[in-house]
Ligand binder design. Structure first.
Ligand code: NDP
Length: 452
């Protein structure tokens, strides 16, 4: 049977764009891609990229204060949100065009419409056009999830935070994960009075306990109120703002309420159930190690599969799919030892096992260096940096590395190479320090602080 395309990709985010580009340019496949919103997906349009630019914007008050301590005669002015926002939008438009050009240069046909599945080889666009394809890749990502509670419609999510007309004076951020913690810091840095509610005992569940405790302590020291074991019962509009009432009956008024209570896969309305593509409890598309669903012509990558929901992972999954199906280079995406960073202030970078998880697995030695970094110490700030290695007593391999401090995201990327290669504590030790840096502590920790 002759198909219109060799590959039809639904979703123009990180995973879909990579797969389409590689299949078309390197695999010589005839490829089409449909995207209903803006090209680039969550990461570029309403995730990692605008978030990181907001992190940079929010760090300037601290940098200006530091500059004064270093002898510069500078005055900090007010933050001009409209100016920043206009420039942010221009940057996103530039990036969106770059993604579109990449696809065009690779020979991919782009349809700016929503697409859904008619059968295992047929896709229908919103305008009714139908196309057949030998393979279909679903890369539709995820969307923010807001629990059902009275007044939920008064809350915004990370989708809307980039489009505010003005910054609020008082903000409530609900959730204790990556997005909630990052935006609590961003808004705080931009001068907003922030209260973060988290339903559990300590924010950033799943990360190393010692690392997340330091992040939380520094966030609080920077002026963020964090209320754990606290959840919202209802939200109500008042004449002056939004009143949040907690499960325990306490009330507080805010100008803005942002929910960051997780994300759900975008798998609804694609026609998957009718085709017999199994979905998980969360709506995630079930795939095997090749990103293939139970319907052999249909594959899925990225957040819609709810494996590890990070842009670089979606890119690897999309690339591995294209290599396997179109380039004669079969390989599976590697989900082991994926490093990540939480862009809180201070940042946290992590790879491998937390101390708590490692202990459940085998006897470990734990090495920790905690200190005040030179740059901010001089400026009179109370910042603390933490470097931590969790080491297997049996194999001496570094099972986990956790860094809290400025540029932790940059540092963990490099440490992750060593950890991924299976470096032992002794490999770290025989690496000569780069002095004076913060990361030199990673290779100079002599004695374990704990062992089990
Ligand atoms: P997370 O899964 O990280 O956190 C969700 C938070 O919301 C948790 O604290 C969770 O609590 C809480 N929560 C969930 N349901 C409810 C509820 N019904 N009521 C109250 N609280 C609730 O999700 P995020 O939205 O922060 O981020 C989504 C994903 O995006 C991340 O997992 C990550 O993969 C990715 N991401 C990565 C970033 C990075 O690499 N820097 C940045 C931003 C996002 P509990 O802990 O009790 O479950």
């Amino acid at each position: 049977m002759a198909f219109d395309y060799d590959l039809f990709v639904i979703g123009g985010g990180s995973g879909g764009v990579r797969a389409a580009r590689i299949a078309s340019a390197e695999g010589k496949a005839r490829v089409a891609l449909a995207e209903e919103y803006r090209m680039g997906g969550t990461c570029v349009i309403r995730g990692c990229v605008p978030k990181k630019l907001m992190v940079y914007a929010s760090e300037y008050p601290g940098l200006i204060a530091d500059a004064r301590a270093y002898g510069w005669q500078v005055e900090g002015g007010a933050f001009d949100w409209p100016q920043f926002h206009t420039q942010l939008e221009a940057e996103l438009t530039r990036l969106e065009a770059a993604y579109r050009n990449t696809l065009q240069n690779a020979g991919v046909t782009v349809h700016d419409q929503r697409a859904s599945l008619v059968d295992a080889h047929t896709v229908q666009l919103a305008d009714g056009q139908q196309f057949t394809a030998k393979h279909i890749l679903i890369a539709t990502g995820g969307r923010p999830f807001v629990p059902d509670l009275p007044g939920a419609e008064l809350a915004i999510t990370s989708n809307e935070i980039f489009h505010l007309d003005a910054l609020p004076k008082r903000a409530l951020v609900v959730g204790g994960g990556y997005i909630a913690s990052e935006f609590a810091c961003i808004l705080n840095g931009l001068g907003v009075k922030v209260h973060q509610y988290y339903r559990g005992a300590h924010i950033l569940r799943g990360f190393d306990d010692e690392a997340r405790a330091l992040v939380a302590a520094r966030m609080q020291a920077s002026g963020i109120s964090i209320s754990c074991n606290t959840d919202v019962a209802r939200l109500e509009k008042t004449a002056t703002g939004i009143l949040a009432t907690t499960e325990s009956g306490a009330s507080e008024e805010f100008d803005l309420v942002m929910y960051a209570t997780g994300r759900k896969p975008n798998s609804a309305g694609l026609g998957l159930e009718a085709l017999g593509v199994p979905l998980g409890r969360n709506g995630e598309i079930r795939v095997d190690g090749w990103s293939q669903t139970a319907v052999p012509s249909i594959y899925a990558v990225g957040d819609v599969t709810d494996r590890i929901n990070l842009t670089p992972v979606a890119i690897r999954e999309g690339h591995a799919f294209a290599d396997t199906v179109f380039c004669g280079k079969p390989r599976q995406a590697d989900h082991e030892l994926v490093a990540s960073a939480v862009f809180t202030q201070p940042e946290m970078g992590t790879v491998g096992l937390s101390e708590e998880t490692a202990r459940l697995q085998e006897p470990v030695e734990v090495y920790v260096a905690s200190f005040r970094p030179m740059q901010s110490l001089f400026a009179g700030r109370q910042d603390r940096v933490m470097m931590k290695l969790v080491v297997s007593r049996a194999t001496r391999k570094v099972l986990g590395c956790h860094i809290v401090g400025p540029a932790a995201g940059e540092m963990i990327q490099l440490a992750a190479i060593a950890v991924k290669m299976g470096a032992t504590k002794e490999d770290f030790d025989r690496t000569v320090a780069v002095h004076p840096t913060m990361s030199e502590e990673l290779v100079t920790m002599r004695h374990p602080v704990r062992s089990s």
